[in-house]
Write a protein of this length. Sequence first.
Length: 292
Amino acid sequence: MTGYAVSARDVSVRFGDTRAVDEVSLEFAAGEIHGLLGRNGSGKTTLLSTFAALRRPAAGRVLVDGEDPFENERVMEGVCLIRESGDVLELAKIPENLRYFANARPTWDADFADELVDAFELDRRKPVNRLSRGQQSAFGAVVGLASRAPLTVFDEVYLGMDAPSRYRFYDLLLADYVEHPRTIILSSHLISEVERLFAGVAILEEGRVLLAEDADTLRSRGTAVTGPSAAVDTATAGLTVLSTRELGRTKQVTVYGDLDEAALAAARAADLEIDAVPVQDLFVHLTNREPS
């Protein structure tokens, strides 16, 4: 399988007295698309910077393709981190940027890069810093996709794009991933838009791992049960309740955990509506800091 595997083992990163990342242990399998989720300040960008060797952990160890990436030329040639801030030559025009990345990245596909520039309707005559905010984000996406790096990381790179451009990016990413598999990590607040891409999901909360598991497994853990209040209460008794909504005599309870076949059958026999819960809704409930 192509792509670099990534391993974080008890990784901590400090800024003064603050631990931005606190004893994080995660595994990202090679050749899959992973989601790294978390609220603002959860440590996502800091952790990703250790994968790209932009920051060395204060404690613990990061391994990319089985090796420490820090000052490791072989590994870093195969790692491409694109952040919201750009990570391109802002004062240079698009053609100069493309030539620079072609020389810097052994897996660079120049023809694909040109196709992507056209797909996002970017003006080659302008320096990158003269493009609109959304166009700058799109160009970051171009660089990340055309790099075809064995480890490609997109850290909120698509936030500046309008909706059509974001969906174009998702479609292009998935289509190219199918043709050229590699390890891709997506960090995003737009979870509802990108969750369909994920094979695995990790959630950080205040610098620690809240959960890390297969995306389908995570989806299966969330269930919304809707119907008459008494019947819903009976069906969800003893389960972990994430949220409750009531409208008159109707109640909806979102639970986290496995409902076995017997429980599901009993709920359906009571004419209760059983629905899956999107990853974004699970994320909101699991990271809710408000007192219950």
